[in-house]
Design a protein around this ligand. Structure first.
Ligand SMILES: *Cc1c(COP(=O)(O)O)cnc(C)c1O
Length: 429
């Protein structure tokens, strides 16, 4: 990744973007502004807002200074044209797909075969007639095989669950481009501090801010970021973006809103009509989390690398998946995609199989046993019996979630305490 040649660096933008110093607010430039509705200056202004001739507080509950600051900040950090804040990561996915898929259309999903995500994609989406074809996130041929004339988008996680792997985003972007469909990247586990998918050809980015962006296990939220790159105009396969809207006087989103048409359509035709708005209070908490994102992701990655190195040399561990390790198969991809660090999440196989995995999870004290990842605390989980339990035995192994596998999300505690807890849990007898 190249540093910005001109202009402020990442840590500076994570604190200041979208919130210039404001004498009226004092030093802390983020305020919580929680209106449920806006007051119109006059009926002409109200009519203009409802006709999309201007932006302001209308029915969507999404126009308020706190959410707007968050949207501008994340668009800046990811290098996109515009963003939309919504109630959760799943809401962000849902609204993004709602813009692209109609009944009978297909989505290719790489990864995401876990827990609620799988139910959302495989069950709930089916009720809309959206069909999902699964791809192995790290096997490029599997995306090619999943393509069909009905494909409307490819959706991947930059660091696929259950952790310790990296998707070759540029290669998947090439496949998406040839198929003329947008590539949507879920960048939740990497965050823009470690990896910036737009620089590698992604068209849209999704976040669950519930994880590292908020960072403190204190909120639920989601973001959609528009890369401004996909040519929606005149493409009849994406009518919500390319066809005239009689309800807005014949307006065509792709024409009127140009390189931020996708974010705007998600706001007006998605959030406004379906309702999963982000509370401004949660936007405030996410903004507070973002201020320390660079520091936290550095330390998370340093701690995770130390843990990965320690476990790789431990007799009770038969294998460690962590792209930051010099002999990991994903190390070459890590050098390209995340030179600042390979992130907080790793997975490892225990030599003693399922029994050993269950024992370790039960014995850990500092680590909490939790399927959640992404905050200051260290977490351990056993995917085969939790997030991935609905898969067949073979599918579990394919998804890197075999019975002997545990997943660790390494927190910000002192590294000596983290390692000591793992050692006591791994000790036999
Ligand atoms: C947690 C998570 C989600 C879902 O986000 P919610 O905010 O819980 O709805 C989506 N993608 C990834 C990678 C996640 O870790």
């Amino acid at each position: 990744m190249t540093e910005q040649a001109a202009g402020p660096g990442f840590a500076t933008l994570a604190i200041h973007a979208g919130a210039p110093a404001d004498p009226a607010l004092g030093a802390g430039t983020t305020q919580i502004d929680q209106p449920a509705g806006g007051v119109y200056e006059d009926i002409e202004q109200a009519a203009a807002l409802f006709g999309l001739e201007g932006f302001g507080n209308d029915f969507s509950r999404s126009f308020n200074p706190t959410n707007a600051t968050l949207e501008e900040r994340i668009a800046t950090l990811e290098g996109g044209t515009a963003a939309l804040a919504v109630a959760s990561g799943r809401a962000a996915q849902f609204l993004a797909f709602h813009m692209l898929l109609q009944a009978g259309d297909e989505l290719i999903a790489g990864g995401h075969r876990y827990g609620g995500q799988m139910h959302q994609i495989d069950q709930a989406y089916k009720t809309f007639g959206w069909n999902v074809r699964w791809a192995d996130p790290v096997n490029l041929e599997s995306y090619q095989r999943a393509l069909s004339p009905q494909t409307k988008a490819i959706f991947v996680e930059s660091f696929p669950n259950p952790g310790g792997r990296i998707v070759d985003i540029a290669a998947v972007a090439k496949i998406a481009k040839e198929a003329r469909v947008p590539l949507i990247v879920d960048n939740t586990l990497a965050t823009p501090y470690l990896l910036r998918p737009f620089e590698h050809g992604a068209d849209i980015i999704i976040h669950s801010t519930t994880k590292f962006l908020g960072g403190h296990d204190a909120l639920t939220g989601g973001l959609i970021i528009d890369g401004g790159t996909f040519p929606w105009q005149a493409d009849a396969r994406f009518p919500l973006l390319s066809a005239p809207r009689p309800d807005y006087g014949g307006l065509v989103f792709a024409e009127t809103f140009g390189n931020f048409a996708f974010a705007t359509a998600c706001r007006i035709l998605g959030l406004n009509e379906l309702g999963p708005a982000l509370s401004p209070f949660n936007a405030f908490l996410i903004l507070s989390g973002l201020e320390t994102l660079a520091l936290r992701m550095q330390r998370h990655s340093e701690n995770a690398l130390r843990v990965a190195e320690h476990l790789a040399g431990h007799a009770a561990v038969s294998a460690v998946n962590y792209p930051g390790l010099s002999n990991d198969p994903a190390q070459a991809l890590a050098k390209i995609y995340c030179p600042r660090g390979a992130g907080p999440v790793l997975s490892c196989r225990l030599a003693g199989g399922f029994e050993a995995a269950a024992t370790v999870i039960a014995r850990l004290r500092l680590f909490s046993s939790l399927t959640e990842v992404g905050d200051t605390r260290s977490r351990a989980s056993h995917p085969a019996s939790t997030t991935h339990r609905h898969l067949s035995d073979l599918e579990k192994i394919d998804a890197c979630a075999g019975p002997e596998m545990i997943r660790l999300s390494i927190g910000l505690e002192d590294i000596a305490d983290i390692v000591a807890d793992l050692d006591q849990a791994l000790a036999t007898g």
